[in-house]
Design a binder for this molecule. Sequence first.
Ligand SMILES: [Zn+2]
Ligand SMILES: [Zn+2]
Length: 211
Amino acid sequence: MRVTIVYDNTTGQENLAADWGFSCLVEAHGKTILFDTGARADILAQNMKTLRIEPSRIDAVFISHDHWDHTGGLSAVSGIDRMNIYVPGSLQSMPDLHGLRRIAGPAKIFDEIFSTGVLKAIEHSLVIRQEEGLIVVAGCSHPGVGEILTAASAFGHPAALIGGLHGFDDFELIAGLSCICPTHCTRHIDRIAAMYPQQYVSGGAGRVLDL
Ligand SMILES: [Zn+2]
Ligand SMILES: [Zn+2]
């Protein structure tokens, strides 16, 4: 499977825009899922174009939580007829969207692809099951990385964690992971990188992770 970071606070590529927010494209088990949409539709659309991502091949959008830096770009990809948009049940900002699917508890999105269910009434994370373990994609990790990994464990053994980890500093919790890509709002990226040099992968728009 492949995760391509489309929208992030930073980028290592000159032809991509960096902007506060997060979005990544997840291609796994024959499905293409856009995880979050960044803050601005024009930037999301431009970065997708540069990365040669056709909006029409997106099967579903997964919105982790109702914060502007994750929902703001949605108009760049919404309106595709067959596309479902999975959101936390509490989402207020876009009540009339076509294809809206409100998530409460743990849920199957596609075969081998799940939502942790909404944790602490704010955010859910995407879980992809592979033979090597689970790939967990998080928006900002507002519920806490420990809570997210525990919820994901209902589907198997977490192997990778990608996304925004906010103020996460309970670093022992991620010692068992084989891939850690902390980005977006993660406050302690440098410490995580120093502590887990083998597992650490830097984020930024344009980063491609083959897992
Ligand atoms: Zn955020
Ligand atoms: Zn947030």
